[in-house]
Design a binder for this molecule. Structure first.
Ligand code: NAD
Length: 504
């Protein structure tokens, strides 16, 4: 691919973006972004400390009055321009995203980057369509209406698996609604969040509206969540860290939006198209090397199809091509880091004691030995209460279990703490429709698993969190609703005053 720009030159001024310019962090500690495909350094940068967070929040606070007073049309124009800047720089974004995450370039160019541009265009339109109850004389003596208002400085925290899309999902609804934002991306993957903020400036979005602090979770992250001038916390990441974030946000009475972990079931009924389900399971478990909160992780297959499904999925997994993320023929890149690869491998090694590793279960050698690669892995024979069925592995690992009755399949699918996404595979309309009602997840697909669209909400049930990203539902998180009530009687002694001024 073209546009392999010099990352070190681009971020020579530092990897904090505060009040419209790049600068170094002042924590006194540095972090090295590593290309997980090679283990080579990409960029070493100074991490943000609490003082940097304070400056970013102060910049966002200064920018808030003017940005929130801009008309929806003005904010919409700015976001349309941003979509244009992102489209012009699409190759740069795809390059940086693949470099820092190890994503195959066909994924970053066909999914991450166009998805982000589409999201931006969506919020440019949505900014002009804030909804509310119709104004009216609901009490008879008053006119009531609602104002949907921006809430102030939003503090957001994002994970490393889809850094660009997560930055966009946080920034776009927040600023479309008139808020200003300080976003903390994951330390491993800061590049495209910084580039997104720079693109916002090029699009004419005022300095201070979008700020990026790239620091560690424990200090910069917790300081941002607890900051007294931050009115809302929007967090995407693991359920464990989400609980800590919730504690801090609750102690400082902040509005809270949590997009947490997932362990999506993939429910195959015995009338399903086996070939479609097997292809779907391989693609949906391996997308982004399985580091996807909605990835298919637990396939429950009705007994008549179970063995054929296992055989076909294993066969298809073995055709997936691991390789250099920048080669157009690569299907599967490395995991985001060697630490994440080792964590995934440890899950699989422990599973050997109680289940069968049908295919995969190892890191490839040869040319890929230096990278954080792991082969597509299929596990069968694990018990429902085992670790590989209950815990989020976040790697290219699919577990398959059999079920007998529809009731049992649905109960097993719902039997984890998580509830982010699920799919049902059947050609029977009534069966599929029942599954869509009974699966406890924020998104249920029928005969597919993974696609998302800007117009529809994304968010969890149960321990997968609460609140919605994307779609106009996200404005419920990023705006506050004010009831305004006008007296229409113009009399001093109003009827309801009788509760104070004696008898009627
Ligand atoms: P993580 O929870 O370890 O980290 C997420 C972010 O939180 C990072 O920016 C990290 O620096 C920060 N952080 C860590 N400790 C913190 C603390 N004490 N206070 C404040 N911030 C802190 O998650 P991860 O490993 O980066 O990402 C993978 C996780 O994200 C998975 O669980 C995945 O399911 C989840 N995820 C969920 C969604 C969703 O939409 N529900 C989307 C993508 C990823």
């Amino acid at each position: 691919m073209g546009n392999r720009f010099q990352v070190k030159d681009r971020f020579a001024d530092g990897a904090q973006y505060i009040d419209g310019r790049l600068r170094p962090g002042t924590s006194g500690r540095s972090h090295t972004v590593v290309d997980p495909a090679t283990g080579q350094e990409v960029l070493t940068y100074e991490l943000a400390g609490t003082a940097d967070v304070d400056e970013a929040v102060a910049a966002a606070k200064r920018a808030f009055p003017a940005w929130s007073a801009a008309t929806p049309g003005e904010r919409s124009d700015a976001l349309h321009r941003l979509a244009g800047v992102l489209a012009e720089q699409a190759e740069d974004f795809a390059y940086a995203e693949s470099l820092q995450c190890g994503k195959p370039v066909k994924l970053s160019t066909e999914f991450d980057v166009p998805g982000t541009i589409d999201n931006t265009a969506f919020f440019a339109g949505a900014a002009r369509h804030l909804q509310g109850q119709a104004a009216g004389e609901y009490s008879g003596d008053h006119t009531s209406y609602v104002r949907r208002e921006a809430i102030g400085v939003v503090g957001s925290i994002a994970p490393w698996n889809y850094p660009l899309q997560m930055a966009a999902w946080k920034i776009l609804p927040a600023i479309a609604a008139g808020n200003t934002i300080v976003l903390k991306p994951a330390e491993l993957t800061p590049l495209t969040s910084l580039m997104f903020a720079q693109a916002a400036k090029e699009a004419g979005i005022p300095d201070g509206v979008v700020n990026i602090v790239t620091g560690a979770g424990r200090d910069a992250g917790e300081h941002l969540v607890g900051h007294p001038d931050v009115v809302m916390t929007s967090f995407t990441g693991s359920t464990a860290v989400g609980k800590r974030v919730a504690e801090i946000a609750t102690a400082t009475v902040k509005r809270l939006h949590l997009e947490l972990g997932g362990k999506a079931p993939f429910l195959v009924f015995d009338d399903a198209d086996l070939e479609a389900a097997a292809h779907g399971a391989v693609a949906a478990s391996l997308i982004n090397t399985g580091q996807d909160c909605t990835a298919a992780t637990r396939a429950y297959v009705q007994r008549p199809l179970h063995d054929a499904f296992v055989a076909r999925v294993a066969e298809l997994m073995e055709t997936v091509r691991l390789g250099d993320p920048f080669a157009p023929t690569t299907d599967l890149g490395p995991l985001v880091s060697h630490a994440q690869r080792d964590r995934v491998a440890a899950f699989v090694e422990r599973a050997r004691a109680y289940a069968t590793v049908v295919t995969g279960g190892e890191a490839p050698g040869g040319e890929l030995a230096e990278g954080a690669y792991y082969r597509p892995t299929l596990i069968s024979g694990a018990a429902q209460d085992s670790e590989v069925v209950q815990s989020e592995i976040f790697g290219p690992v699919l577990v398959v279990l059999p079920f007998d009755t529809d009731d049992e399949g649905l109960a097993l699918a719902n039997d984890t703490p998580y509830g982010l996404a699920a799919s049902a595979w059947s050609r029977d309309l009534y069966r599929a429709n029942r599954a869509t009602r009974e699966l406890k997840a924020g998104c249920v697909w029928v005969n597919d698993h993974i696609p998302i669209i800007s117009e529809m909400p994304h968010g969890g049930y149960k321990a997968s969190g609460f609140g919605k990203d994307m779609s106009t539902y996200s404005f419920e998180e990023y705006t506050q609703v004010k009831h305004v009530m006008y007296d229409n009687t113009a009399v001093a002694a109003k009827d309801w005053h009788r509760t104070i001024f004696g008898d009627r």
